[in-house]
Design a protein around this ligand. Sequence first.
Ligand SMILES: [Zn+2]
Length: 240
Amino acid sequence: MVTFGLTAGVAYGLPSLATLRRARIRLTPRLAGIGTPDHVALTFDDGPDPASTPLFLAVLAELEVRATFFVLGSQVQRAPGLAAEMVAAGHELGVHGWDHRSMLLRGPRSTHDQLLRTRDLIAEVTGQPPRHVRPPHGILSSGVLLAARALELTPVLWSAWGRDWTADATPASVLATLAPDLRGGATVLLHDSDCTSAPGAWRSALGALPELAARCDDAGLRVGPLAEHGLFDHGLFARV
Ligand SMILES: [Zn+2]
């Protein structure tokens, strides 16, 4: 599994993303977040952000949907109360990184320190130690994999994304981009902050949420956090 992980991480940075994304799913279903067939995991990266995350929390509460937020330690440090509020609302926090710098630019010790610092801050401010890690840009360097193992964090990327980080993204474009990969077992990647993307890009993800939830409901699919996605039930964690 470690070899697969390294392949996926290197592949992510190459030009033909669509082809490689399919290859990654074929090689590493657990890494791509493929879970139980009647469940869709909803995940958000780059928060928490006081300017946008509360709006996501409000819409999710209205939809009665809980999700997993892969947060940046630097953002949690700026808004610890918001991070605690997310967990109190039933959402799950995972480790994204301390900042958004590529892990390929860090050595193993720095990578470990970044993930450790973020993990411990999340646990400190929310009372819930995180279980999952998704490094910035989905780049699974060998340092990330080693640190994840040492810190008991399961690496999870995604199987469907909405390209919601671009300046021209709209709720309709997000839904159209997600559609081909939106099925039972999928892990959906969206963003609840624009701190690393086009200003206001998160509005496209926010606007897509009600229809996304409705489509899953129509298809008989539950939507929830990775904790309820059945990744551990497959017995794949032990193979990392
Ligand atoms: Zn990110």
